[in-house]
Design a protein around this ligand. Structure first.
Ligand code: 2AL
Length: 260
């Protein structure tokens, strides 16, 4: 199977580190096909960044409609439901995947993320995903996302110290890493912390493999049905959903809803 790992920010160095983490856990028959957003913000650290990152995400999906599953590798899960609308393949967001993984192996978790404003966005995701009873706290490190691009000892120590505070102050049973850029830190943190450390990129890959293996596709009924065909005006015209849903010969799953 081929999983499209999409970094919705435009920083290629981050894509490389998350792809390495993904390939380290992928099953032998799984191809991790990673891609960096061709347009949009270099890091996603707020609502405005998220709104514009969705264009790069959708472009990446449209450029590759035949992937078996898609992983959106940003902890804000930007555009997750929009992405699920345009394909029948499973689409995983790393925040949702990580929080669910945490509840399978612990009764509580804390999230350690980047900036304080990102903390507030992650708290909203916790509520949105119904994780309030399991999530003890979302903690910020005040590190900008791009500080994780090639983390040095100081960055590693800041994240480790926040994880340690989570254990003593929140008494959580697991740590969820709140940024895709932290995927390469898992081994460093696991060696130093007595609880499971969950990186959303790797668990999203494993969930994607499980869903494809179980022959489960994204529902095309109700709000995840393909978008309603209509014109989009002005600069957004290229993103207008088309009226027809071409299926590839011999495939049940229709391709991603193309532009007209
Ligand atoms: C992120 C992330 O994972 N990638 C990015 O650009 N921004 N989210 C975050 N919480 O810092």
């Amino acid at each position: 199977m081929r999983i499209k790992l999409i970094n919705p920010n435009a920083t290629a160095a981050m894509t490389l580190s998350m792809a390495e983490a993904a390939r380290a856990v992928a099953s032998p028959g799984t191809i991790i096909d990673s891609v960096t957003a061709a347009s949009g913000p270099v890091s996603i650290e707020g609502h405005y960044d998220e709104a514009f990152a969705v264009f790069g995400l959708i472009e990446a999906m449209r450029a590759d409609p035949a992937a078996d599953a898609y992983v959106i590798a940003c902890f804000g899960d930007p555009g997750l439901l929009a992405a699920r609308e345009i394909t029948a393949a499973p689409v995983l967001g790393i925040a949702e995947a990580a929080m669910h993984a945490a509840t399978f192996i612990a009764t509580s978790f804390s999230v350690v993320t980047t900036l304080d404003r990102t903390r507030i966005i992650a708290e909203a995701l916790v509520r949105n995903y119904g994780m309030q009873s399991a999530c003890r706290r979302v903690r910020a490190t005040d590190l900008p996302v791009l500080a994780l691009e090639c983390p040095d000892d100081q960055v590693n120590e800041i994240i480790l110290a926040e994880c340690q505070r989570a254990l003593t102050e929140d008494r959580c049973g697991a740590i969820v890493l709140g940024c895709a850029g932290m995927a390469g830190l898992v081994d460093y943190l696991r060696e130093r912390l007595p609880v499971p450390v969950i990186d959303g990129v790797t668990v999203a890959i494993k969930f994607a493999e499980a869903l494809v293996g179980a022959r489960l596709a994204t529902s095309k009924h109700g709000d995840l049905a393909y978008p309603i065909a209509k014109p989009y005006l002005g600069a957004m015209s290229a993103y207008a959903p088309s009226a027809h849903l071409p299926g590839r010969a011999g495939e049940e799953r229709p391709e991603i809803h193309p532009a007209r």
